[in-house]
Design a binder for this molecule. Structure first.
Ligand SMILES: [Zn+2]
Length: 476
C-alpha cells in the first residue's frame, strides 16, 4: 500500500509508468508516452506507423533523498503522408514530461529554475546536490538565462506608479515604473528626464492611471504623452510633503521656541567651552549682519545693492528678510538630540561625569564621540550653576518629532516641550491639528473631508499652509 502511494507520486500526466527499480539508492522508472501517435513536424500529419524505439534518460525530482531517473522509451514514427519529404520523426517531448533536447522532467526543471533564481549558479548547484539532484553551476546559469517556459506574459499595466530612485545618491537618478495592480516592478528607466518618461508612456498607451510624486517633472511628461490617463498623487508623497510642511512650520518658529525653551535670558559667553566660543563669535557676526540687512531693507534699499554692500548672496538676503535665517545661539550637539531624553534622565539620576555618561549612552547604542558628550556635560553643569534648564539646544526636527510621533510616549521632556509650545507658540499647535486631520482624512479615503480640511488649514497658520499645503488642492 505504501509502495503504491509512493509510486503515485511519481506519476505524470501523459506518461505511462511500466516499471520501477531501486539500484544503489537510485530510483529508476521506465515508461513511455501515452499518446497513440504523433504529428510529423514538417507536414503535421498524424502518424501511428511505428518505425523504431530508442531510450532517453531524464532526471526527476528526488524522492525521500534518493535520486530519481526516468528511462523513457521514445518512439520513432514514419511519416505516411506521401508528398512529405520527411521519412521518420521521433515523438516530441512536451511539458509536463520534458522538453525537446531537455535532460530533466518538467517538475525537476521547475525546481532547478527556482533554486537558480533564488541562489544563482554556484550556491544553487551546492543546494541541488544537498537535495540529491546534483546539477553543475553552468547548468544552473543556463536554466536561468533561458526564458521561463511556464511563464505567462502578464497583461499590460493599467495602473502604474512612477518615481525616481538613485543609481548613486546625489549623483544620478533613474525612474522606476511599478504595476500597482500586480505590485511588480515592470521597468527601470535610465534617468528621470522628461523625454525618457514620455517615450515610455507612448509605448504604453493602455495606461489609465498614473500615480506619481507632486513634482512637476513626471506630471508634465504624463500630461503630454498620456493625456488619457488620470494622474494621482501617491499617498507616500502626500504624507511626506505634509511632514516636511510641518517641519518647515516648526523651523519658522524656532527663534520663538528657543526663547521659550530657554527662559533664562541671553547666553553668558563666560560659560562656554573654547569650541563653543568660536561658534558664539560666528553666531554674533551672523546676527549683526542680519540686523544690518533688515535695517537696509527698512530704508528701502534693493536686494541687489544690499548684496554688493554687505557681501552676502541675494539668496541669503532673501532668507533673512523672510525671517528664515534668524536664530538663537545653539551649541553643537545635533548628534545628541536623539539622546537628550536619556542624557537628561541619567543626569537627573546623578550621573554628572562626561565619560561615564558617554559610556552609558554608548551601551544603549549611541555612536557619537566622547567629546560631544563631555561638552554637553560641561555646559549642563554650567547651566545648572546659573539656574538654566535644558531644552534650548533642541533641533527643529526633534521638536517636530516630540510634537507628533513621540507625543504620546509620556516622557517628561516631550511633555515639557508640548506644554511650552502650547503656551508660547499656539500657531504650531493649530498646525499640528491640521496635520493630524490631514492624516485622518487620508486614512479614511473620504473625499468629502477635503474641502473642510483645506478651509481649516487655510485658517490656522497662513504663512505655512498657504505656501506649502494648499498646493494639494485639485490634485487628488
Ligand atoms: Zn510529414
Amino acid at each position: 500500500m505504501a509502495l503504491k502511494a509512493w509510486d503515485s507520486s511519481l506519476r505524470l500526466p501523459g506518461l505511462i509508468l511500466e516499471r520501477r527499480t531501486v539500484i544503489d539508492g537510485i530510483v529508476e522508472m521506465s515508461g513511455r508516452l501515452a499518446a497513440v501517435g504523433a504529428n510529423c513536424p514538417d507536414c503535421a500529419a498524424l502518424s501511428t506507423s511505428l518505425h523504431s524505439r530508442y531510450e532517453r534518460t531524464l532526471s526527476d525530482l528526488p524522492v525521500s533523498g534518493s535520486t530519481v531517473r526516468l528511462r523513457l522509451s521514445v518512439r520513432r514514427f514514419r511519416c505516411t503522408h506521401t508528398p512529405c519529404p520527411r521519412r521518420t520523426f521521433s515523438e516530441p517531448l512536451a511539458p509536463p514530461v520534458g522538453r525537446r533536447y531537455g535532460r530533466r522532467v518538467g517538475r525537476c526543471d521547475a525546481l532547478v529554475r527556482a533554486v537558480a533564481v533564488a541562489l544563482g549558479g554556484r550556491p544553487g548547484s551546492r543546494m541541488m546536490a544537498r537535495l540529491s539532484a546534483p546539477w553543475s553551476r553552468d547548468t544552473m546559469l543556463r536554466v536561468l538565462r533561458r526564458s521561463d517556459p511556464a511563464a505567462v506574459p502578464p497583461p499590460p499595466a493599467r495602473v502604474v506608479g512612477i518615481d525616481d530612485f538613485a543609481w548613486r545618491r546625489g549623483h544620478s537618478y533613474g525612474s522606476i515604473v511599478v504595476d500597482l495592480e500586480r505590485r511588480e516592478v515592470i521597468d527601470l528607466l535610465p534617468d528621470r528626464q522628461r523625454d525618457t518618461v514620455i517615450a515610455w508612456l507612448r509605448q504604453n498607451p493602455q495606461v489609465e492611471i498614473i500615480c506619481r510624486d507632486r513634482g512637476p517633472g513626471y506630471g508634465a511628461a504624463a500630461s503630454e504623452a498620456a493625456p488619457q490617463a488620470q494622474q494621482v498623487a501617491d499617498r507616500w508623497h502626500l504624507f511626506e510633503n505634509a511632514s516636511a510642511a510641518f517641519l518647515a512650520a516648526v523651523r519658522s518658529e524656532m527663534p520663538c521656541l528657543r526663547r521659550a525653551l530657554a527662559p533664562t535670558g541671553p547666553v553668558d559667553p563666560a560659560t562656554l567651552t573654547r569650541a563653543e566660543r568660536i561658534q558664539w563669535d560666528g553666531y554674533q557676526l551672523r546676527e549683526a549682519l542680519n540686523r544690518q540687512i533688515i535695517d537696509l531693507a527698512g530704508q528701502g534699499v534693493p536686494i541687489r545693492v544690499m548684496a554688493r554692500t554687505t557681501g552676502v548672496s541675494r539668496k541669503t538676503i532673501r532668507k533673512v528678510l523672510r525671517g528664515q535665517r534668524h536664530d538663537t545661539f545653539r551649541t553643537r550637539q545635533s548628534s545628541l538630540d536623539a539622546w537628550s531624553l536619556t542624557l537628561e534622565a541619567e543626569w537627573n539620576a546623578g550621573c554628572r561625569i562626561g565619560a561615564e555618561l558617554w559610556r552609558r549612552l554608548k551601551a544603549s547604542g549611541f555612536g557619537g564621540s566622547l567629546r560631544v558628550v563631555s561638552e554637553w556635560a560641561t555646559r549642563r553643569r554650567r547651566d545648572e550653576k546659573l539656574g538654566h534648564t535644558g531644552g534650548a539646544g533642541l533641533s527643529a526636527r526633534t521638536i517636530a518629532r516630540s510634537m507628533t510621533t513621540e507625543r504620546d510616549t509620556g516622557s517628561a521632556q516631550t511633555a515639557l516641550i508640548n506644554a511650552v509650545i502650547e503656551k508660547a507658540v499656539p500657531a504650531l499647535i493649530s498646525a499640528r491639528e491640521a496635520l493630524d486631520r490631514f492624516h485622518a482624512m487620508m486614512r479614511s479615503k473620504d473625499k468629502a473631508r477635503l474641502d473642510p480640511w483645506i478651509a481649516m488649514a487655510a485658517g490656522t497658520a497662513p504663512s505655512w499652509m498657504s505656501r506649502k499645503t494648499l498646493a494639494f488642492e485639485g490634485r487628488f
